[in-house]
Structures are given as structure tokens and as C-alpha cells.
Design a protein. Structure first.
Length: 512
């Protein structure tokens, strides 16, 4: 059953989207005086535009020339969110993830109550910049008030505009935010701006993401985006400045309206960016929502301190994960009839140098999951909802998965017993070898998950076993290199019988 959580406690009656178009700079400026920001200090400048509940797969059908221009000019990465029990697909967790650069198991926001928030440890983007680069001139504008009152977005800003869309309606307030931001970009010298537009979520709730009204609202917000981009290019110093523009969202929406649960359309998110060093026309498969903050920092020339604990990476930085090279080999469903036929998301062919040993596997079972497979979130998490497959947030793109639960959904005999083997790596003259990876593991019954090491193609030895859940966490195993050893390979062996699963991603082997 879909979670009843939505972004707002009360959905207010709102004006037609045409009102937003009619409201311009003059109307907004009459409401209050535009604040004066400190003079900027950087030629590297960033504008982040958050569009609430904007489902990216609806953009193509909308009259959205500016979003589409950015897709052509920049990098456009789409992905899927978590779901409960990690967090609901609602705005509190979503914008906390965007602003902090960490997943809900770190920032602590699981729903719109914000209970458990850890912003003191994982601050929002502007709060982080105020601490590490206080000379930057920063601005924030929001019309969902919790983004201010809860401390998600506005702390650290030199100036902020906070409006109450729940009370007054979001349509006019979005127009005010767009107009004030346009004036500040045009007439002042800001360095970093984080602005939020909320009406897309309201239309999603009232009319559904499958409606023409939703497409019309995307067009309205695209017009706002176009005004901001035009203001940037009209700046007197534009030729000597290096501007990055990022557009993102916090969650998706159902065609019929609503979000908060675990359906794929509720989980759809994206990060779209243009700017120096950001590839034009790129469609990476390894982008996640936590990448907004590291992208901003990279564009400002600020190195990331590992002590900050960020989960993301810059949007323009591609993953070196060997599994992602399998993207062209991904195929459509075979037995998993609940997955749309057009979703290309799995293969049994391992990357070059890797191998899968299935000689102890039982017979039959679901074809896709017979032994270690390589899959995407879009494919694997559709197999069965609400069994924690949605929590695989620290995997990116293509990952390796052994899933005895799904394998056993069709007639089978014998055990699930499959081993994933890395290539051999040179360890000549080394004293220690280290294996790093990310894993999502669910324990049940008598299933086993073991990591084994083999030197010089010798007998594998167990170096780590899992006996309890590990919910999408980085892992590290270090092993002494025996005297005279010249090569090492690792094995991931999973056994079970209609139990759960084991996911491996981001495998790296290093020596010391």
C-alpha cells in the first residue's frame, strides 16, 4: 500500500498556472524591497534551482525549451530515490538529501516531521559554504517554509526570501522568487544562489503528473528558469565569469497524483547541470541526488574534506566501477513480467576479466536471477516493492546482485549457490591488499555471504562473512600478502534457498 505521506500537511487552493505567467518583476518588487547582498568574491558562480515534485520523464512532453536546452548543453543524470524504511519519498527527506549531500541514514530526516534531523553534523549547502568559504555572497529563496524553519536550505545565506506557499498559494510566490532572483543576478554580484519553486508539486497533487495541467506547470517553471538564465547572460561581467546552473527535484509523482511511497514514478529524480567542465549532451547512469553539493563545491574550486562525510561526487566525474561498462549489454526481461518490456536492465555477462561460478547452482528458477547478475535500480527494484531493494542508494548505475528470493519465484530445485570472481591483480612486492566496495545485504535463515581471497590462483580462504543486514554501506577488507605472492583475486560467494539477496558495487582493489 502506498504511504499516505505527502509533501504538505494541507494542500491549499491555488490559482491557475496562468497567474504565474502574468506575474512579473514589477509585481514582485512591489511586495517588498529586494535585499542587498555582500559583493561577490568569486568568478566561479552557481545557481541551484529546485523544482518540487518535477517528474523528469514528463519534461519531453512539456513546452520546456530551457530545460531541454540545458539537457543539450549540459549533463542530465536521472536516478531513483530510496523508499521507507530509509525515508518516505517526500520533500523533507528529498530536499535534505539535495542540500546536505548525504542520504537519509546520515541526515536523519525520514519524513516531513523532520524528527531526527542531523543538520549539525551534515549541514545544508549554504551553511557549509558559510563555514568553509565565508567570503562568498549567497542567497536563498523558498516558499515551502519548513526549508527555512527546519534549517534545510536557508541557514548560512547572506540574504533570504521566505514565503508561505501553504498559506498563500505557491503560484504567485514562485513568481516572486523568480523575479527577485532575476533582479539579484542582474543588478548585484552573488556567488551562490539556491532557489526553490513549489507549484509543480501542488499541481502534481491536485491534477496528477499524467495531466495536461502538470505539463503546463512545467512550462511555467521553465519560463522562470529561462528568465534566470537570461539574467546571467546579460550580466556586464558575464564574459569573465564561470557560471554553473543546476536544476533538480526532491521526488517524483504518480500519474494520478501523490507521492511518499515506493512506486517507481514516486522515486524518479534528476540532476541537470550546465557549466565549465560539464559535458554537453551527457546522460550518465551513475548520477545520484547526493551529487548536487559535491558538484557545487567542485565548480567553486573547493576540495571536499573526507571529514564532511559526503555521499556524492561531482556530476561531471564518471564512475570507474567495472560494472557500469556493461550498460550496452543490458537486456530486457525474460521471466519478470512485472517489469516493462522496454526497460533494459540486466545481463549475466560479467565485465572483462570477471567471472561467475554457477556449477553448484540448482536448476530452474527465475532466469534473470539465476546466479550473480548485473542490473540497474530501474530493473531490479521493480521485481518486488517494499523488500528493501529501494534502499540500494549507494550503488550507482549497474551493480552485481545475487537474489535467491526472486530466483525462487519460479519452479526450481536445489540450492542457490553462486560465486562472483574478480580479475587477478598484481601484488608483487606488496605487504597488504585492500578490497573496498559498497553492499546491500539482507540476512535470512541459513543463507550465507562470504568473501574469499586467493593468492597465485591458490585455494580460496574466507576473509569475511555476513550474518546480519548491511543496508547500503561502504565496506573494506584488508589482507596480508603472503611472501612470494604475485597475484590476488577475491570471490563473493552467496548461498541460500528462497532467502534474500546480496548486492555488490564500486569494487576497488589497492595494495600497500
Amino acid at each position: 500500500m502506498r504511504s499516505p505521506l505527502s509533501r504538505r500537511t494541507v494542500l491549499t487552493a491555488t490559482a491557475a498556472t496562468a497567474t504565474t505567467v502574468a506575474l512579473g518583476t514589477a509585481a514582485a518588487s512591489q511586495a517588498h524591497a529586494v535585499p542587498t547582498l555582500p559583493n561577490g568574491t568569486s568568478k566561479d558562480k552557481v545557481l541551484v534551482v529546485g523544482m518540487d515534485g518535477l517528474r523528469h520523464d514528463r519534461i519531453d512532453a512539456a513546452n520546456a525549451p530551457h530545460l531541454k536546452a540545458m539537457m543539450s548543453e549540459g549533463t542530465y543524470g536521472t536516478s531513483l530515490l530510496y523508499a521507507s524504511p530509509m525515508a518516505a519519498t517526500s520533500s523533507g527527506p528529498g530536499w535534505s538529501t539535495v542540500s546536505s549531500g548525504v542520504w537519509p541514514d546520515k541526515h536523519g530526516v525520514k519524513d516531513n516531521t523532520f524528527i531526527g534531523k542531523q543538520y549539525d553534523r551534515y549541514p545544508g549547502l549554504l551553511a557549509l559554504l558559510a563555514r568553509i568559504r565565508p567570503a562568498l555572497s549567497t542567497y536563498a529563496a523558498v516558499d515551502w517554509k519548513p526549508l527555512d524553519t527546519q534549517g534545510t536550505v536557508t541557514p548560512g545565506a547572506d540574504a533570504k526570501l521566505v514565503l508561505d506557499g501553504d498559506r498563500d498559494g505557491y503560484s504567485g510566490h514562485d513568481a516572486t522568487i523568480a523575479a527577485e532572483t532575476e533582479a539579484i543576478i542582474r543588478d548585484q554580484n552573488p556567488d551562490v544562489l539556491f532557489v526553490y519553486l513549489g507549484q509543480s508539486d501542488i499541481v502534481g497533487h491536485h491534477q496528477g503528473a499524467g495531466s495536461q495541467a502538470y505539463l503546463d506547470q512545467i512550462a511555467v517553471q521553465d519560463t522562470c528558469l529561462g528568465r534566470l538564465r537570461a539574467a546571467i547572460k546579460a550580466r556586464p561581467g558575464y564574459a569573465s565569469e564561470r557560471w554553473t546552473v543546476i536544476v533538480t527535484t526532491d521526488h517524483g509523482h504518480l500519474d494520478t497524483g501523490g507521492h511518499g511511497g515506493s512506486l517507481v514514478d514516486e522515486r524518479r529524480v534528476f540532476v541537470l547541470a550546465t557549466g565549465p567542465g560539464i559535458a554537453a549532451g551527457a546522460r550518465p547512469i551513475d548520477t545520484r541526488l547526493v551529487d548536487v553539493v559535491p558538484t557545487v563545491l567542485a565548480q567553486l574550486g573547493i576540495p571536499v574534506d573526507p571529514a564532511w562525510g559526503l555521499d556524492g561526487k561531482p556530476l561531471q566525474e564518471r564512475s570507474a566501477d567495472p560494472f557500469d561498462a556493461l550498460r550496452p549489454a543490458l537486456t530486457a526481461r525474460v521471466d519478470e513480467t512485472g517489469i516493462p518490456a522496454g526497460v533494459l536492465g540486466f545481463t549475466h555477462t560479467p565485465p572483462s576479466g570477471w567471472s561467475v561460478i554457477d556449477n553448484a547452482m540448482g536448476t530452474g528458477g527465475t532466469t534473470e536471477w539465476r546466479g550473480w547478475a548485473f542490473a540497474t535500480d530501474e530493473f531490479w527494484s521493480r521485481t518486488q516493492r517494499d523488500q528493501w531493494r529501494e534502499l540500494n542508494v549507494r550503488s550507482r548505475g549497474v551493480f552485481a546482485v545475487a537474489d535467491s528470493d526472486e530466483w525462487a519465484d519460479r519452479t526450481f530445485s536445489g540450492p542457490y549457490d553462486s560465486t562472483l570472481v574478480t580479475p587477478a591483480y598484481d601484488v608483487t612486492g606488496k605487504t597488504r591488499v585492500r578490497l573496498d566496495f559498497t553492499t546491500l545485504y539482507r540476512q535470512e535463515g541459513s543463507q550465507t555471504a562470504r568473501i574469499l581471497v586467493s593468492f597465485n590462483a591458490g585455494t580460496p580462504t574466507v576473509v569475511k562473512s555476513y550474518t546480519s543486514d548491511v543496508v547500503s554501506q561502504p565496506q573494506s577488507v584488508s589482507v596480508d600478502v603472503p611472501s612470494g605472492a604475485s597475484s590476488v583475486c577475491f570471490r563473493f560467494r552467496y548461498t541460500g534457498s528462497n532467502n534474500w539477496y546480496w548486492v555488490i558495487d564500486g569494487v576497488r582493489i589497492s595494495q600497500s
